[in-house]
Ligand binder design. Structure first.
Ligand code: HAM
Length: 435
């Protein structure tokens, strides 16, 4: 006997019922509008990538989480876990003809076989904003400003979240100053990123296993006590290229009006190994959730896949954490009515008239919910009044014979009369304004 098929999606995957889609569409619309405000161009790509590209060009942590499979010809493929390697591949394919710097955005569906926690799913959507081919810190400020603009459009206040930023190049300078050889820097970055996630003893032990002398391993971890750029300056002793860049970044962020959301945080390193410069992660102020978004500057990715080396900066902003945070703050994105007018009718005699009115209104740009079977007024108004639409029109034999109907405002119950012919005529005129 066949076993019952589960009605739940595969573990960690997501179904979007209409109420979920309303929220998702509002979020995507807000992301798209912010991207347009900052003049980013849209792009998209296949969800299935070659496993090789993802394995070689994603961060270590992500590689372990890749959903991979072989196609029927034995090609090793994977569902993308992030968009950045794909972006690099697309740019590499047209590097000779594209105009740089370029500013691109995408809303990418990503898959990661992760341990699921609050705010972490195995499938998520990620708004990606990237600027490729621009060295100036204005590029960092531009992607961050676009993200800030979207967050504010979503209804969050600057006090609801903070963007923690750091610079891997600055950390490298500090590592060098405390005597850690360049060959250990990558391991030291990952150690910083693991802080707070796994016990310090484990991090130190792993650093020692990778060849770092014990003293150096513990000094890497003690860096976390540095909480301001002034302390970094003291540690480094003099002005360095990375310090200068941090200063330029802060000045530009000031001019863009986003410095109030920024916090210098030496512990932000990012798990992805391709970052080379500024890195950032945004968190809710109460630190209840995982990162709202994260990103940074990555200078080697294009060169690493065999293209002409080019600097780039970008961020990924997921749909899951922001939805939880908005919910926590009582902002209901899904709470928006999309239908203007509901139309019902009493008997089949009025159905054609109802269809004509609905058609005229739709042609005039209104969103209309036309009932598909005759019904009693009570049943129609009980449906239409349940938050479905802003206004309602009910057509019975009386309206049909008199040629006058009532448009009811469903919020305050007031009614206004309208001649059916006028309504059809006005709508027809609005449809063809040039005629
Ligand atoms: P990421 O930090 O791995 O960066 O992901 C960016 C954001 O995607 C996270 O801050 C989070 O909002 C969301 N996210 C990631 N994984 C999950 C998950 N399992 N469930 C729910 N949300 C998730 C990157 O992916 C980089 N490629 C971003 C980037 C673009 N860097 C440069 N350009």
């Amino acid at each position: 006997m066949d076993t019952q098929i589960s009605f739940a999606p595969p573990r960690g995957m997501r179904d979007f019922y209409p109420e979920d889609m309303l929220l998702r569409e509002r979020l995507f619309d807000t992301w798209r509008a912010a991207a347009r405000r900052f003049s980013f161009s849209p792009y998209d790509a296949c969800v299935v990538e070659s496993l090789d590209l993802l394995k070689r060009k994603s961060g270590e942590e992500i590689v372990e989480q890749i959903y991979s499979f072989a196609d029927k010809s034995g090609r090793e493929l994977a569902l993308r876990a992030e968009m950045t390697p794909t972006l690099a591949r697309m740019i590499a394919a047209r590097q000779g003809s594209l105009r740089f710097p370029l500013k691109w955005y995408a809303i990418a569906q990503c898959f990661r076989y992760e341990r699921m926690t609050r705010g972490r799913k195995r499938e998520h959507y990620q708004w990606n904003l990237d600027i490729v081919g621009e060295e100036s810190v204005l590029a960092e400020v531009e992607v961050l400003s676009a993200a800030v603009s979207a967050i504010s459009e979503l209804g969050l206040k600057p006090s609801d979240y903070k963007i923690h930023f750091n610079n891997r190049a600055l950390l490298s300078e500090i590592f060098a100053k405390i005597g850690i050889e360049t060959r250990y820097h990558a391991a030291a970055f990952l150690a910083m990123d693991k802080r707070g996630k796994i016990p310090n003893e484990e991090i130190e032990c792993s650093l020692r296993q990778q060849g770092l002398p014990s003293e150096a391993a513990s000094s890497v971890l003690s860096l976390i006590n540095i909480t301001s750029l002034d302390e970094v300056k003291k540690q480094l002793g003099n002005e360095t290229p990375a310090l200068k860049r941090m200063q330029d970044f802060q000045n530009a962020a000031d001019a863009a009006g986003i410095s109030g959301t920024l916090v210098f945080d030496l512990s932000v390193v990012r798990g992805l190994s391709y970052y080379t410069g500024m890195v950032f992660e945004a968190f809710d102020t109460d630190r209840k959730f995982r990162a709202i978004f994260g990103g940074g500057r990555y200078d080697n990715l294009l060169g690493d896949i065999g293209a002409k080396p080019m600097t780039a900066v970008g961020l990924g902003f997921g749909d899951v954490v922001i939805a939880e945070l908005l919910n926590e703050k009582g902002k209901n994105l899904a709470n928006c009515r999309t239908t203007d007018i509901a139309i019902g009718y009493m008997t089949t005699e009025q159905s054609q008239l109802a269809v004509r009115i609905a058609t005229a209104l739709r042609n005039a740009g209104h969103n209309v919910d036309l009932r598909l079977t005759p019904e009693k007024p009570r049943s129609f108004f009980s449906y239409a009044g349940s938050g479905v639409a802003a206004e309602a029109i009910f057509i019975g034999p009386d309206e049909q014979s008199s040629g006058i109907l009532k448009i009811k405002n469903l919020s305050d119950g007031t009614q206004r009369a309208a001649a059916i012919n006028d309504l059809l005529g006005i709508c027809a005129n609005r449809r063809n304004p040039d005629e």
